[in-house]
Ligand binder design. Structure first.
Ligand code: PLP
Length: 413
């Protein structure tokens, strides 16, 4: 992977602030965006800004754009059809809307499972729907050693009353990847549906909704080099079987009936371009399908990200005053994303991120809405953690500069 030529495509990575190159280790909160995505958004707004269903060229173009965006999402997720894709403003809003629709069929005595591994967008939405319906909410815990789901405890919660499992593919705080295929199989064995939050996982690994056999899977384009846009894959039977809240005269045909109001068409244009940006990392020509290109591209970015993780964890081992929450074993890199949750002896997470921010090293501190995880790990009331989040555009050199700053922070403390 030619990291320099990829980095050159990102205006944010090429800028200087106070004469310094900023270092973006804030990817899990939102990734940087290549110029091609910006161009696509400008081109749509500049020439074709319109709406669906008009009798003129820019409206025709908007209809085409919507269809292309659905196809790009289907290629990214390996959905059987573009008609399995629903767009919305962000993952949280879509998840609230799906939870409203799905819970219409729940009854008192039913149960659902949410997890401590999840961002609360995939917890609160279901908890509140359950409360409305008198449905019991069970919480699956994490293994504190590696921060993945505690599978034995999860299995003990499943029973014939379980209607839905809402679970994250990977933790947005510690990077731990859950055995999502097994979770789905176990849930299906008792007849429960599974709603997967793939927001953190999507920039790091290729998703295959057909191989997973998940019922629903949500992600967010601003986490994988695109603009702010939520995406949900759902099985056709569910898009037709459940009834969403919608405006009365709007067409009642899936997937459109799940999309309320006017979509951000410029975001759809940017999203297509973001998928194409990732596909182009493969360097395969157009005789290969976009899915084939994405498969090769993700294999390349994963290899680079694993090298970043290995370097980070190896260097971190020399810092006894910094504690990592999650997988620290360099032989288990396939089970984590390059996202690291840290606590510093005697220094609050906010103080660390402020110190780094002054040097234009961008990292997040806090709980990142992973409230259950931070509570179980005992850091919720201590300011959470410092999150170092690498993307494929980060370099070993940037990580070394980060460790130089850790040295300065720990020495000047
Ligand atoms: C794992 C995870 N799930 C869900 C969300 C919410 O996504 P959105 O901002 O698109 O609503 C986030 C955002 O940070 C996240 O990291």
């Amino acid at each position: 992977m030619n990291i320099n030529s990829l980095r050159e495509q990102f205006p944010a990575l090429m800028q200087h602030i106070d004469g310094q190159s900023p270092i973006f280790l804030d990817g899990p909160g939102g990734s940087q965006v290549p110029q091609s995505v910006l161009n696509a958004m400008t081109a749509y707004l500049g020439h074709y800004n319109s709406n669906l269903g008009g009798a003129f060229f820019s409206s025709d173009k908007t209809v085409e754009l919507m269809a292309s965006a659905r196809q790009a999402a289907a290629d990214l997720l390996n959905a059987p059809s573009a008609q399995n894709i629903v767009f919305g403003p962000n993952m949280t809003t879509l998840t609230f809307s799906f939870s409203r629709a799905i819970s219409r069929q729940w009854q008192a005595g039913d149960e659902i499972i949410v997890t401590n591994a999840d961002h609360f967008s995939n917890v609160s939405s279901w908890q509140q729907a359950a409360e409305d319906k008198g449905v019991k909410v069970n919480t699956a815990l994490i293994n504190e050693a590696d921060c993945s789901l505690d599978m034995a405890q999860f299995e003990s919660l499943l029973n014939e009353n379980t209607k839905l499992v809402a679970v994250t593919y990977a933790s947005n705080t510690t990077g731990s990847i859950n055995d999502i295929k097994r979770i789905i199989k176990l849930a299906h064995n008792v007849g429960a549906l599974v709603y997967v939050d793939a927001v953190h996982y999507a920039p790091h690994e290729l998703i295959d909704v057909q191989a997973l056999n998940c019922d629903f899977l949500a992600c967010s384009a601003y986490k994988f080099f695109g603009p702010h846009l939520g995406i949900v894959y759902a099985k056709q039977a569910h898009l037709e079987g459940f009834t969403p809240y919608k405006v009365e005269p709007a067409k009642d045909v899936a997937p459109g009936r799940w999309e309320t109001g006017t979509q951000s068409f410029e975001a759809l244009a940017g999203f297509i371009s973001a998928v194409d940006y990732i596909a182009a990392i493969s360097e395969l020509d157009s005789s290969h399908t976009r899915r084939e290109q994405l498969t090769v591209a993700f294999a390349k970015t994963k290899k680079h990200e694993m090298a970043l993780s290995e370097h980070f964890l190896t260097r971190l081992a020399a810092y006894p005053k910094i504690k990592l929450l999650g997988i620290d074993d360099v032989t288990r890199l396939a089970q984590r994303t390059p996202t690291f949750a840290l606590t510093f002896d005697g220094i609050a997470p906010r103080k660390v991120s402020e110190f780094l921010g002054q040097q234009h090293v961008c990292v997040w501190d806090g709980n990142f809405y992973a409230q259950g995880l931070c509570e179980q790990l005992g850091v919720l009331d201590k300011g959470g953690v410092v999150r170092i989040g690498c993307m494929h555009y980060n370099t070993i050199d940037e990580l070394d500069k980060l460790f130089d700053l850790f040295d300065a922070l720990l020495n000047t403390k």
